[in-house]
Design a protein around this ligand. Structure first.
Ligand code: TRP
Length: 334
């Protein structure tokens, strides 16, 4: 039987090319390669930190649209909002009943918040809400609900998957085998770090990022801003210490990347030419997705309709898992 793969994404605003290369593209590839795949918008997880209802709504549409525009196939991947599947929250409560408090105390994200408070001389739990504290239980419910085999994650999420596995084990041991034990698969942020306009790691916090979705003119202007040294076109250059090439190598096809590498090494490839080539490669990759993105964002009812269909499919699976879990603990299977 084929494996089931599941990923949750927090709604955090429009992606940049580093997000695409490091996280979105690998997750899409994995979803396409597995028989069953689930991808959902973790809006309840986001709520622990967001206090602006309009922002939560907008960011949720934005992230949904982003994945659709970049090639997620909702006919193949079950695509839904976490908040549209109430069974998940009921399962969270069932898992909470078998989860030791100490496990939550050991969660990296909670510990990081506590450390930060201590450093600032504040009460250890200042600004820590129960949503943050029990974040891993909700996440385990997301995962266990869909009989997930594999969860592609970045390094920062590995502990959460181990916790989900632990909780599945506690439950299965206390009652009976209801849950599959999920595994994580490191996806993204394992490879090379994509540099931004100034050569540092591409990041919104450095404001050196190239958004995925943008109009051609703005994209061109941004690419022309990539910082280079002052070598002349005819001088040989090291492609690996060169922002233009590093981005190009990720978005252009292999042959084109090989050609640019050779031209830089040999001499004769000026930065202006290389920027133009990079711009063209980015256009080829993202012009159409930008159009799709803008179309969806202009009419969010289409996204609602797609997500409603996804929620129905997700709930069909969720109802079965929840019935199994309720029966196992001695509740009416409902
Ligand atoms: N915690 C994940 C993040 O911050 C998002 C998430 C929520 C998730 N539920 C999940 C990821 C289930 C994988 C599986 O990125």
């Amino acid at each position: 039987m084929g494996k089931t793969i599941l990923t949750g994404v927090k709604p955090t605003g429009a992606p940049h090319i580093g997000n695409y290369i490091g996280a979105i593209r690998p997750a899409l590839d994995l979803a396409a390669a597995h028989e069953k795949s689930f991808l959902f918008i973790a809006d309840y997880h986001a709520l622990n930190a967001v206090r602006d209802p309009a922002a939560l709504k907008r960011d949720s549409y934005e992230v949904a649209t982003c994945w659709l525009a970049l090639g997620l196939d909702p006919a193949k991947t079950v695509f839904y909002r976490q908040s549209d599947v109430p069974e998940i929250f009921e399962l969270t409560q069932l898992l909470a009943a078998v989860t030791p408090k100490g496990l939550m105390d050991r969660a990296h994200s909670y510990k990081a918040a506590v450390d930060k408070n201590r450093e600032a001389g504040r009460d250890a739990d200042a600004d820590v809400n129960m949503g943050l504290y029990t974040y891993p239980i909700l996440m385990a419910a997301d995962i266990l609900m869909m009989d997930t085999d594999i969860v592609p994650v970045g390094k920062d999420q590995v502990q959460h998957i181990e916790f989900a596995r632990d909780m599945a084990g506690y439950f299965n041991h206390a009652f009976k085998d209801v849950f599959k034990l999920p595994e994580y698969k490191l996806a993204g942020d394992t490879g090379a770090i994509l540099p931004g306009l100034d050569g540092r790691k591409m990041s919104k916090s450095y404001n050196n990022h190239i958004p995925v979705f943008m109009e051609s003119k703005a994209r061109r202007k941004l690419i022309m801003k990539i910082v280079t040294d002052s070598k002349l076109p005819e001088e040989p250059k090291d492609p690996d210490g060169n922002t233009i090439f590093q981005i190009y190598a990720e978005v252009a096809d292999e042959n084109a990347a090989r050609e640019m590498r050779a031209a830089f090494e040999k001499g004769g490839m000026g930065y202006g030419d290389a920027k133009q080539k990079l711009f063209e490669a980015l256009e080829a990759a993202f012009e159409q997705p930008t159009k799709i993105y803008n179309d969806y964002m202009a009419d969010t009812s289409k996204i609602d309709a797609l997500l409603a269909e996804g929620a129905e499919k997700a709930r069909a699976v969720a109802r079965q898992t929840l019935a199994r879990a309720r029966a196992a603990v001695g509740l009416k299977a409902s």
